[in-house]
Design a protein around this ligand. Structure first.
Ligand code: FE2
Length: 321
């Protein structure tokens, strides 16, 4: 059984390489079509591991389309087939574990836009690979949008070279606010107590230092907490590519989470935000989900986002070390 290289309407090309690379099941002979389900996909993945790793390195994103992957459990087994080390999700998004290695993506209402980001990019130990699986495509909108992060650096340097040089020199400070209690209505809906797994403020500070990238915490009277990350250089070299690892647009649309400044506290120029947004939108692929789709991303080189859409939408996630 061999994968068949496919195409999707939304794909783009960067440096001559298609993004994402689409792989379909083998073609059926005649009308006695064999159906390719998760067990066939797992078998093919296992037989082609090295080839798939090379393909991922080249294209940064692979879409497996046309395989009948039906459930969270089957998706978890497909992820296992790749042989990468398991990693528990740890972050501020409201997610629930639904099967071995599988979580819901974000419980916040689907009409909210989740901005482009690398998964868990403010956490020291962040995943190198990310899988998404769609079991219920949304009727309208709700695309998962992906963009090669090196293109963002390249285009920003083309358009605003001085700003990029400044940013690399001074770094950036990112603010995030976590609510008093878990709130599935907001994108970063986990309370600091849940996130840092303690009720004790000193212990919370210690955990933040240990596990988060250059983070300090201020506790507010209303029970919420403000996390401040940085200064961090948002542009990093990962897997031989210069990527825009931490977004200057803030991680959610919550007002406090939009607080991003230069490392010295000075404000970023407003044209930087506009240009950054424009580059993301011009270079991204808005993936229109089909039932059973499995999308594999190199989390170090690809940013992802969620477009607003209408329910029902079920997209699940799995992260690997
Ligand atoms: Fe994400």
């Amino acid at each position: 059984m061999e994968f068949v290289e496919g195409t999707i309407e939304e794909e783009k090309k960067f440096g001559g390489l298609v993004f994402p690379k689409t792989l379909n099941p083998p073609k059926n002979d005649g009308d006695q079509g064999v159906e390719y389900g998760s067990s066939e996909l797992i078998e093919m993945v296992k037989a082609k591991r090295e080839w798939l790793e090379e393909l991922l390195q080249r294209h940064s994103a692979i879409l497996f389309r046309g395989f009948r992957v039906d459930s969270a459990e089957e998706f978890g087994r497909v992820v296992e087939g790749f042989g990468w080390e398991e990693m528990e999700y740890w972050g501020v998004a409201s997610r629930f574990k639904v099967a071995h290695r599988v979580h819901t993506t974000n419980e916040s209402p689907p009409d909210k836009f989740i901005t482009f980001h690398h998964e868990m990019s403010l956490i020291k130990d962040c995943p190198s690979k990310l899988f998404f699986f769609c079991s219920q495509p949304p009727p309208i909108g709700g695309e998962t949008s992906i963009v090669p992060s090196s293109i963002v650096v390249e285009k920003m340097e083309e358009k605003l070279p001085e700003f990029v040089a400044d940013l690399m020199e001074k770094g950036c400070v990112f603010g995030r606010s976590l609510p008093k209690g878990n709130d599935t209505n907001i994108i970063s809906g986990r309370s600091w107590k849940w996130f840092l797994q303690t009720e004790d403020q000193d212990e919370a500070k210690q955990r933040a230092t240990e596990r988060l990238r250059s983070c300090s915490i201020n506790f507010n009277k209303d029970g919420s907490a403000d996390l401040v990350f940085g200064p961090l250089n948002p542009i990093q070299e990962l897997e031989g590519k210069r990527v825009w690892f931490n977004t200057i647009l803030g991680y959610t649309s919550n007002e406090k989470d939009m607080k991003v400044s230069f490392g010295d506290g000075s404000a970023l120029p407003s044209e930087a935000f506009e240009t950054f947004k424009q580059i993301l939108n011009e270079n991204c692929v808005d993936l229109k989900w089909q039932k059973g789709d499995v999308l594999l991303l190199d989390n170090f080189t690809v940013q992802h986002a969620r477009r607003p859409g209408k329910p029902p939408r079920t997209v699940l996630v799995s992260v690997c070390k």
